[in-house]
Design a protein around this ligand. Structure first.
Ligand code: 8YV
Length: 320
C-alpha cells in the first residue's frame, strides 16, 4: 500500500524527520522557509496530511481553498488558535495537537520570565554586555523578591499546574482562576478564585496559561491591570493576544507594574517596540517549548497522532 503523503511545514529535529520519512511519503522543508498563504494552500493540496507549527495559519478561507484532499492537520503545538477548528470540522478535516509534552519546558520559561522580570535580568544583562557596568552599590539594581509572595495563575491546565509546582519551590502561595475548580489532588492547596477580578486582586505575580479565544482576547487590559496589587509582575508564556499591549506598556511606564516577563507577543516574529523600549521588561522570542527534549517529544507526539489516524483509529490528541 502506498504510504500517505505528509507535508512537514518547518524544519524539525532529525529524529522526527527520520521517523516521518520512514513511515510517510514526506515533503520536508530543509531550508525552513516560511510558507506564504498561497504556498501553504498549494502544498497542502498535494498531500493527505500536514504537520504544521503555530506559524502556519489555517483559517476558514485557507481550509476551503485547500479542498477535500487534506485529511488531517496534526499540529506541532499545544495551542490551536492558528487553526479554525469549526471550519476544519465542517470540512471533515481532523485536527490534533501536542499537549503534556511541553508543560515542563514552558513552565521553565515562565519561571525564567518571572525571575528575569523580578530581578531586572534584562537591565543587568544589557549593562554588563555593553560595558556600562562601571559602578556598584547596595542601592544598585535592587529588584523584588518572589519568595513567599502570591503567584496568580490564569488558566490552571497542564502548563499552569506545572508552573504552579515550580513556584511552590519558591515558597509562593498559589492562587488560580480557571473555568472550573480542580480536584483537590491537582489543586494541591492552591486557592481557587471564581472570577478573574478576584484573582487579580491577590496576584503579586500574574502568570498567563490559558489558550486564547475570541472571548478572552485582550483580557489583560487597562481595567484588569488596574486590579493588580501595586508593583505586581505580569508573566506571559501563553499567547500575546491575551494582553492589550498598549495598556501593558502604560502600566509598566507608570510604575503600576514593577515589571513584566514576556515570551509571546501580538506580532510574531518581531514583538512590540513600545514594550522593548522599556527597561522593566524581560523579553524572549517565543521559546517556551524550545528544548531538545521537548521538540523531540512534540514531533513524536504529532507523528503518533498521524499514525493512529492512518491506522483507522481515533488520534489521542484530537481537538477537531
Ligand atoms: C511552540 C506553542 O513553540 O505549542 C504551542 O502552542 O506556542 C509553542 O510551544 C510552537 O507552537 C511550535 O510549533
Amino acid at each position: 500500500m502506498a504510504k500517505p503523503k505528509l507535508l512537514i511545514t518547518r524544519k524539525l529535529r532529525s529524529i522526527v524527520e527520520e521517523r516521518a520519512a520512514r513511515d510517510y511519503d514526506v515533503v520536508l522543508n530543509p531550508e525552513d522557509k516560511v510558507f506564504s498563504t498561497e504556498a501553504l494552500i498549494a502544498a497542502c493540496r498535494e498531500v493527505d496530511a500536514v504537520l504544521p507549527c503555530h506559524s502556519e495559519h489555517f483559517n476558514a478561507d485557507v481550509i476551503k481553498a485547500i479542498g477535500p484532499g487534506l485529511k488531517i492537520i496534526a499540529n506541532h503545538s499545544v495551542g490551536t488558535d492558528h487553526v479554525d477548528l469549526d471550519a476544519a470540522k465542517a470540512a471533515g478535516v481532523f485536527v490534533t495537537n501536542t499537549p503534556d509534552v511541553l508543560s515542563d519546558a514552558t513552565a521553565e520559561i515562565a519561571i525564567l520570565c518571572m525571575l528575569g522580570a523580578a530581578r531586572r535580568g534584562a537591565e543587568g544583562d544589557a549593562m554588563v554586555r555593553s560595558g556600562k557596568w562601571t559602578f556598584w552599590s547596595p542601592d544598585f539594581m535592587v529588584g523584588r523578591q518572589v519568595t513567599a509572595k502570591r503567584f496568580g495563575v490564569l488558566g490552571m491546565g497542564r502548563v499552569g499546574q506545572v508552573t504552579a509546582d515550580r513556584a511552590r519551590g519558591f515558597g509562593m502561595e498559589i492562587h488560580y482562576h480557571n473555568r472550573s475548580r480542580l480536584p483537590e489532588h491537582l489543586e494541591k492547596g492552591a486557592i481557587f478564585h471564581e472570577t478573574l477580578d478576584s484573582l487579580l486582586g491577590v496576584s503579586d505575580v500574574l502568570s498567563l496559561h490559558c489558550p486564547v479565544t475570541a472571548q478572552n482576547t485582550g483580557i489583560i487590559n487597562a481595567r484588569t491591570l488596574a486590579l493588580l496589587p501595586d508593583r505586581a509582575i505580569v508573566v506571559n508564556t501563553a499567547r500575546g493576544a491575551l494582553i492589550d499591549e498598549d495598556a501593558l506598556a502604560a502600566a509598566l511606564a507608570s510604575g503600576k507594574l514593577f515589571a513584566a516577563g514576556l515570551d509571546v507577543f501580538r506580532t510574531e516574529p518581531g514583538g512590540n517596540p513600545a514594550l522593548a523600549a522599556l527597561p522593566n521588561v524581560f523579553l524572549l522570542p517565543h521559546i517556551g517549548s524550545a528544548t531538545e527534549e521537548t521538540r523531540d517529544a512534540m514531533g513524536m507526539r504529532a507523528l503518533d497522532n498521524l499514525d493512529a489516524f492512518f491506522a483507522g483509529k481515533e488520534p489521542g490528541d484530537r481537538v477537531a
